[in-house]
Design a protein around this ligand. Structure first.
Ligand code: NCD
Ligand code: ZN
Length: 356
């Protein structure tokens, strides 16, 4: 364990990675990539563009646009993901694996969230692809919510686990699966009791907030994301999962930028942007849980171990030094209100030699 706690005011960890990130495209890329590359070494890049990134060739072109948007001198790496559709051919998995730059396939139930219209209508349509992924060891990333209109939005993750995930694990017992952005005690419990091939990512918003922060005393559109914030008992279960030291739970921000005008709307978009202060937001959670010694495993070790990638060599140092997050940030040609805007965080990243 290389975490060092100096009178609880300095914390040095292995440089972290983000295992779930939305960078978008076009003019936004320069801002999202600069933020993502500032303190992190790598990110799993979500493919829900419009149109989505469904082939290895498209992922290769998108990757080049991302690399071009990197700040000068940055060695931050985008890890690309394919968007699964009803029509993805199993041979696409062979191409993805031999590309060397694709590290996972993302399953969106059709209609579940932002740009998911081309998602899978019935997981059975993807069985041929999943069989190939199981054989080749390519992880499946799940947006774990059912989309049936008569299922209450707060129950959609739990119902997905029961109806889709449990049978999937039985059908493909060796398939590597990440249940992304878990939001419920049921999600944490299912992953904790599964095999080593089952893991989960957890976002800062689901650790710091519950549904009261979205709905009590006025509706707060900037706290609206999918899966939706749940009640505080679930928040507590997620904090315990993240800070408990299990290698099955690791960092995935689900940082998902939308312009201010698209969030503050009669039908606002889902997604919280957190890469203006991602590692600092997690440090806040781990500090409040008296578990700062567990931050490094969650942020920097468990993700690469699950994905079969090397752990980063460079370090990142944080200092206990309160700072206020900005009220707005730039997203290409638009303004955006980031997650936890104008709030104060206790931990700040120290710039300088230790950040390598
Ligand atoms: C994401 C987005 O905006 O792309 N939104 C969100 O609320 N998390 C999509 C997703 O991951 O569901
Ligand atoms: Zn996402």
């Amino acid at each position: 364990m290389s975490t060092t706690l100096d009178a609880l005011s300095i914390l040095t960890i292995t440089r972290p990675d983000d295992w779930h990130l939305h960078l978008r495209d076009g003019p936004a890329l320069r801002d999202t990539v600069a933020d993502a590359a500032r303190h992190f070494a790598r990110a799993i890049v979500m493919p829900n563009l419009a149109p989505p990134v469904t082939t290895t060739a498209q992922a290769g072109v998108y990757r080049q646009r991302i690399l071009t948007a990197r700040p000068e001198g940055s060695d931050w790496q985008p890890l690309m993901v394919l968007y699964l559709t009803d029509n993805t051919p199993p041979d696409e998995i062979d191409r993805a694996v031999s590309s060397g730059f694709i590290h996972a396939v993302k399953y969106y139930p059709a209609g579940a969230t932002t740009n998911s219209d081309s998602g899978v209508t019935d997981i059975k349509n993807a069985y041929g692809v999943l069989e190939r992924m199981e054989k080749l060891g390519l992880p499946l990333l799940l947006h774990g919510e059912v989309t049936d209109q008569h299922i209450d939005i707060f129950d959609r993750e739990a119902v997905f686990i029961e109806r889709t995930l449990a049978p999937l694990c039985t059908q493909f017992p060796r398939l590597k699966i990440v249940l992304e952005h878990i939001t419920t005690a049921q999600g944490a419990q299912f992953v904790a009791s599964g095999g080593d091939n089952i893991a989960a990512t957890i976002t800062p918003q689901h650790l710091l907030y519950n549904r009261n922060d979205l709905l009590a005393g006025g509706i707060r559109p900037h706290n609206y994301c999918l899966p939706i914030l749940k009640r505080s008992t679930h928040q507590q279960a997620l904090i315990e999962a993240a800070t408990g030291g299990s290698g099955k739970f690791f960092l995935g921000t689900d940082s998902a930028p939308h312009p201010q005008s698209k969030k503050e709307s009669a039908c606002g978009c889902a997604g919280c942007y957190s890469h203006h202060g991602a590692i600092e937001l997690y440090a806040e959670v781990f500090d409040r849980a008296n578990a700062l010694d567990k931050l490094e495993g969650f942020a920097s070790h468990f993700g690469p171990t699950f994905y079969g990638l090397p752990i980063n060599e460079k370090k990142l140092t944080l200092r206990r030094s309160p700072w206020q997050l900005p009220a707005t940030t730039q997203l290409g040609d638009d303004l955006m209100v980031p997650f936890y805007a104008s709030e104060t965080l206790q931990w700040a990243v120290v710039d300088g030699e230790s950040n390598g």
